[in-house]
Ligand binder design. Sequence first.
Ligand SMILES: [Zn+2]
Length: 181
Amino acid sequence: MHCLFCQHVDTRVIDSRASEDGATIRRRRECEACGERFSTLETIELKLPAVIKTDGRREAFETRKLRQSFDRALHKRPVPEEQVEAAVRAVVHQLRMTTEREVQSRRIGEFVIAELRKLDHIGFVRFASVYRSFQDVADFRNELDRLERETPDEGQLPLPGVGAEAEVFPPGQAGGKPRKR
Ligand SMILES: [Zn+2]
């Protein structure tokens, strides 16, 4: 690293110290030419991949938007705040683990679906029905049936049939306002 003061091409590290949490290293440097000293801080680069949207445009990943997806899916559902936060963190973590520079928004959606599935079945179905855009009602029923088979005793799901779609589809899906029967 060059000298901050005289622009000499090299400086000598005279001391290195890791921070308590081990996330940063402070290095004390000395210029061989002018003798000035200064510190540098080294941190781990945690770069999140850019998001490729369905229309092909790219945008920077925003945790805020991810959180909004969870909030929309879990609207009025009895899921504790800390569990939602943990789920958001889990998705961000998975994104960091991908080594790619760009990731399809669809893939992020699948991470979200996996987390919602563990959190709340209604939230899961709400999100999945929009995200995977189920081809028709039969598709949707299949997903509900599959969920019921996998979790026979929790009783979280509305019975398929009476009122199920009305509760599950958010306004704007499946033709406007949820129908009351
Ligand atoms: Zn210097």
